[in-house]
Design a protein around this ligand. Structure first.
Ligand SMILES: *[C@@H]1O[C@H](CO)[C@@H](O)[C@H](O)[C@H]1NC(C)=O
Ligand SMILES: *[C@@H]1O[C@H](CO)[C@@H](O)[C@H](O)[C@H]1NC(C)=O
Length: 181
């Protein structure tokens, strides 16, 4: 057991000790407009135009960030505290490893068990998934627990919003299973 525990810790160290890294705790599939959407990709809301959005991630400059992906157009929208943009290359989160992905209510940067991160920023902060109702949509945003403690959402030309009450994406083991981490 001791060996298993230290292996898990070692994994965390490798995954999260470095800035600008992709999360490897969860399973991600590369995506763009040419790829078919995996059956087990995770829906995370809808945008102001009524498109469903999937849970995705992008690498923007040196930050790995949560994204809301409109698969019909192959567009991944993402936010940082200072930037809001879109990319046409992204990863989609898929439900594997005997895990359920659920959205749970949270607030003020509280740490919830099983929080899902896209990866780390250039400042080595974990970039977690959050979402809130905004601008007639249900929009996935970015939660940086150490510096911001709010869910940052900005869609296209709409205004930047910082929610202190929001939902977070959490991984829960199925049945009596245990998570891989
Ligand atoms: C999607 O990615 C594949 C593999 O890298 C590439 O061959 C294809 O041209 C890309 N399609 C688009 C629309 O970017
Ligand atoms: C979980 O474990 C309990 C006690 O061992 C058992 O009664 C129950 O059927 C298990 N549930 C599942 C979903 O495996």
């Amino acid at each position: 057991m001791y060996k298993v525990a230290s292996l898990v810790l070692a994994l965390f160290a490798v995954v999260y000790a470095v800035p600008s890294a992709y999360d490897t705790v969860h399973v991600w599939r590369a995506g763009n407009l040419s790829y078919t959407v995996p059956e087990n990709a995770i829906l995370g809301g809808f945008d102001p135009y009524g498109y469903n959005t999937y849970v995705g991630r992008v690498k923007y400059v040196n930050d790995v960030l949560p994204a809301r992906v409109v698969v019909e157009t192959g567009t991944a929208y993402f936010n940082t505290p200072t930037a809001s943009s879109k990319l046409l290359v992204y990863d989609l989160l898929v439900a594997e490893r005997n895990v359920n992905y659920v959205w749970v209510r949270s607030f003020d940067g509280f740490f919830e068990k099983g929080l899902v991160a896209a990866g780390t920023t250039s400042k080595n902060e974990l970039s977690f998934f959050c979402r809130a109702r905004a601008d007639a949509g249900y929009l996935i945003g970015t939660l940086l627990l150490s510096s911001q403690k709010t869910c940052i959402i900005k869609h296209e030309s709409l205004s930047l919003r910082k929610f202190d009450k929001y939902e977070v994406l959490v991984a829960q083991p199925k049945g009596n299973g245990t998570l891989y981490y």
